[in-house]
Design a protein around this ligand. Structure first.
Ligand code: FES
Length: 102
């Protein structure tokens, strides 16, 4: 497992996401209040960038910007077909910095 220093916590706005390169991967990191979630940036349907998606269901899910496939933020599982899941990653705060483990 490799850690990547992403940015300061306050560089991701509440309810918004950003994409980060982490080795060979692109990872979407979203903030919902003081919680951060990280998952593969590529939608399982047609490959849209999930970092451009919208938080939905009161902060529980992320909706793809292209065709609205929706995934649980915690598990990455699709809300309609849980067998389809975005790979999730651990993201944590150290001081005011965010660290991603992939
Ligand atoms: S590309 Fe994400 S729902 Fe189609």
């Amino acid at each position: 497992m490799t850690d990547f220093l992403l940015c300061k916590q306050d560089e991701i706005q509440d309810g918004k996401g950003r994409a980060f390169e982490a080795g060979a991967r692109t990872v979407a990191v979203f903030r919902v209040k003081d919680k951060f979630y990280a998952f593969a940036n590529k939608c399982l349907h047609r490959g849209a960038s999930m970092c451009d998606g919208a938080i939905a269901d009161g902060g529980a899910t992320i909706r793809c910007p292209w065709h609205n496939w929706t995934f649980h933020l915690e598990s990455g599982r699709n809300v309609v077909d849980p067998s389809a899941a975005l790979r999730t990653f651990r993201v944590r705060a150290e001081g005011d910095q965010l660290i991603l483990s992939v």
